[in-house]
Design a protein around this ligand. Structure first.
Ligand SMILES: C[S@@+](CC[C@H](N)C(=O)[O-])C[C@H]1O[C@@H](n2cnc3c(N)ncnc32)[C@H](O)[C@@H]1O
Length: 238
């Protein structure tokens, strides 16, 4: 089974990422502002997860439709934030071409697939469902920041006793992907995510049919730097 089908659709996910609920109060308004679409715009929240950012999109008057592959996340979303939701896969979105004004892709939700073709396919699907002039906000972890954070701890098992899990982080041998192994609730999990360079993100966006309008380096909208923790691309559908 692909790692992303299992890791995100397990109760342990909500334990490991418990702090992301509180982070939403900061991330939601900031990312919704960087998306920068007028009230009334139709925004596909892909992936929506359990909906932690949804109230902040709606607070700006955006009409949201959430999509995610995890039934467990969608069930929690439905209970907390009952808006239109669809169970879907990034590689074949069940939406009409040009039906949306915006696609909101938050919290490092690209690069999950093993092949470059599938990762590009996710972006071409985003482009297909956006109207010309529509906006994609792609919020990624900065590669250099991750690289620096892993120095001295790469390959070591780290304990997070309060959160209730152990974690070991390693680059793949070609240093293109990061594998994050976790032990939680007696089970083993392993994220395996492509961590692209800025040039690779821009090349894929271009190939998928996007023009990069802005790249932000943090949630507060400061300009991109190589070392920034977040690389947030605002790209326009050609
Ligand atoms: C890191 S979470 C981010 C969720 C949300 N954007 C947030 O900020 O809370 C990644 C999400 O991607 C979903 N996902 C993973 N692979 C997917 C796929 N192939 N198609 C659709 N959703 C997928 C997972 O189920 C999970 O909810």
């Amino acid at each position: 089974m692909d790692w992303f089908l299992r890791d995100f659709d397990h109760p342990a996910y909500f334990t490991i990422y418990a702090d992301k609920a509180a982070d939403a109060a900061l991330e939601g308004p900031a990312l919704a502002a960087l998306l920068d679409l007028p009230a009334g715009s139709r925004v596909l929240d892909l992936p929506c997860g359990w909906g932690r950012l949804n109230p902040h999109l709606r607070a700006r008057g955006l009409e949201t439709i959430g999509g995610d592959r995890s039934p467990l996340n969608l069930k929690k979303h439905r209970a907390c934030h009952p808006v239109p939701l669809v169970c879907l896969d990034f590689r074949a979105l069940p939406f009409r071409p040009a039906c949306a004004d915006g696609v909101f892709c938050a919290f490092t939700s690209w690069g999950y697939f093993a092949s470059e073709e599938e990762n590009l396919r996710q972006l071409t699907e985003f482009a297909r469902v956006l109207r010309p002039g529509g906006v994609l906000l792609l919020d990624l972890a900065g590669r250099a920041f991750l690289q620096a954070a892993m120095v001295g701890v790469e390959g070591d098992w780290l304990e997070f006793p309060d959160e209730g899990y152990q974690e070991r982080v390693q680059w793949s041998p070609d240093r293109r992907r990061i594998r994050t192994e976790r032990l939680c609730q007696g089970e083993a999990f392993c994220h395996d995510i492509w961590i692209p360079t800025d040039a690779e993100v821009r090349a894929c966006l271009d190939q998928a049919g996007f023009e990069v309008a802005q790249v932000y380096g943090e949630l507060d909208g400061r300009p991109w730097t190589e070392e920034a923790e977040r690389w947030i691309y605002r790209a326009i559908r050609r």
